[in-house]
Design a binder for this molecule. Structure first.
Ligand SMILES: Cc1ncc(COP(=O)(O)O)c(C=O)c1O
Length: 375
């Protein structure tokens, strides 16, 4: 058997990682400004994380959701406290797409409606309901095209006012679009969505899979705008690499046995990983660090020539270049040994660990300066 070849690969094989660094099989060190696609939140192989997961694996790795798993309650308690959403409910899943799938389903159970509003360049995952609200026809198979979905221009306040009505089941939006190129939703846009949902009984779903969990310099990016969504989806940084996702559900929803369910969601290992992540985020003040080091990167990048636009918040930064980004990314990776991400043809995406230091930021800034002088 061979692998189904869906990923273009770099000829690099990481075998070890620590903090913001990776080492390949030849011992070459790389600085990680990509965080394995916004997943590494507290740093690779953090000692607290490794210790707790190892111990948990020795005790019990898995049992189903038919028994008591106290680390689920612990996670709900910790997540409620750190996010300030203590009265929300938690439902645990395994990925971002699955979180959005359940968010959309729950919204539809709640108000019995079908019409979903989503936004241009939005990305919400590849499962059926999630991909239907994603603005990319190239990743939709014929069965995924759904005429219940209306895609509006991102950040268009007037379009939102016109489109949300009493037929609308839900509005799904990323507070900071990731795949779409680090586009930040304006305060007015999010507030208009909130208001229109309140007026019509539609559900406001905030996809925090990439922009949540401290990355923006607040625990959730919508907290910069002073709004409160009805359902919030999370994944990526939640488990620092261990697959786990969730939806945070406003108290207005009523749970019913059998309404939602999953085999693996909320298993012992996933909850142990997620609890360790929240303990480290709290103890090491990583949300504040994301804000501080993010501002530091922003301020320093402002002085660079060749940059058309800088976007983002905290450690979710988009650098749009005048020229194509691919040669810049490749030179950073192969010459300077630094991993970064991209979105589209001109935008670099920085999604490092929330524990990135200013010293590590300086290494990136120096390397980018060198690369831009050459390409
Ligand atoms: C905003 C957003 N939502 C959902 C997803 C899907 O998450 P997953 O790949 O874990 O299914 C992603 C993944 O990149 C994302 O960026």
């Amino acid at each position: 058997m061979t692998l189904f070849n869906v990923y273009p690969l770099y000829d690099i094989e990481p075998v070890r990682a620590q903090g913001s660094y990776l080492w390949d099989k030849n011992g070459q060190q790389y600085l990680d400004l990509y965080g394995g696609h916004a997943v590494i939140s507290i740093g690779h192989t953090h000692p607290v994380y490794v210790r707790r997961l190892t111990q948990q694996l020795k005790n019990i790795g898995f049992y189903s959701n038919s028994v008591k798993i106290p680390s689920q309650e612990e996670l709900a308690d910790k997540l409620g406290k750190i996010s300030g959403l203590k009265d929300y409910y938690l439902f645990l899943v395994n990925s971002g797409a699955e979180a959005n799938e359940n968010a959309l389903k729950l919204a539809s159970f709640y108000n019995g409606r079908k019409k979903i509003i989503a936004f241009s360049k939005g990305f919400h995952g590849r499962t059926s309901a999630a991909v239907a609200v994603t603005d990319n026809p190239a990743i939709k198979a014929p069965i995924n095209f759904d005429d219940h979905v209306q895609i509006l221009p991102f950040n268009d306040v007037e379009a939102v006012k016109r489109a949300i009505d009493t037929d609308t089941c839900a509005v799904i939006v990323e507070g900071i679009q990731g795949v779409g190129g680090i586009q930040v939703a304006s305060d007015e846009f999010l507030k208009t969505i909130r208001k229109a949902c309140d007026k019509t009984g539609a559900i406001f779903i905030h996809d925090s899979v990439q922009c949540g969990y401290g990355r923006s310099g607040k625990f959730f990016s919508f907290q910069h705008s002073g709004v409160k969504p009805d359902i919030i989806s999370t994944a990526k940084g939640m488990g620092n690499g261990f697959p786990i996702g969730s939806i945070l559900i406003s108290p207005k929803f009523q749970a019913k046995h059998g309404m939602l369910g999953t085999t693996f969601g909320g298993n012992h290992l996933a909850c142990t990983a997620a609890n360790a992540v929240l303990d480290v985020i709290k103890k090491e003040k990583l949300v504040q660090n994301a804000a501080t080091v993010g501002d530091y990167l922003f301020e320093n990048l402002k002085g660079f020539s060749g940059i058309k636009e800088l976007r983002g918040k905290g450690l979710m930064i988009g650098i749009e270049f005048e020229q194509p980004v691919e040669p810049i990314r490749n030179a950073l990776l192969f010459d300077q040994k630094i991993f970064t991400g991209v979105a589209g043809k001109h935008t670099m995406r920085l999604l490092p660990s929330l524990a990135l230091t200013t010293k590590e930021a300086d290494i990136f800034l120096d390397a980018l300066k060198k690369v831009l002088a050459k390409v």
